[in-house]
Design a protein around this ligand. Structure first.
Ligand SMILES: [Zn+2]
Length: 64
């Protein structure tokens, strides 16, 4: 997930799945509307999935 947040006013682009371009375009438009707002925090979120190994009692929950 990719997003951007203006470090001047805190406004956010929201998050998009799999590509950064929408957040980058949002930042350009944000600076166009607010010329003094020129720095952004890039927010990149990745997800992990943990699967219990064979023999782990929690593995049964995976099947249900
Ligand atoms: Zn701003």
């Amino acid at each position: 997930m990719y997003g951007a947040e203006c470090t001047t006013c805190g406004e956010s682009s929201g998050a998009t799945d799999g590509e950064s371009l929408p957040a980058e375009v949002w930042a350009l438009k944000h600076t166009d509307s607010h010329p003094a707002h020129r720095t952004f925090r890039a927010i990149i979120t990745s997800f992990w999935r943990v699967s219990p190994a064979e023999g782990n009692p929690h593995r049964a929950l995976e099947a249900s």
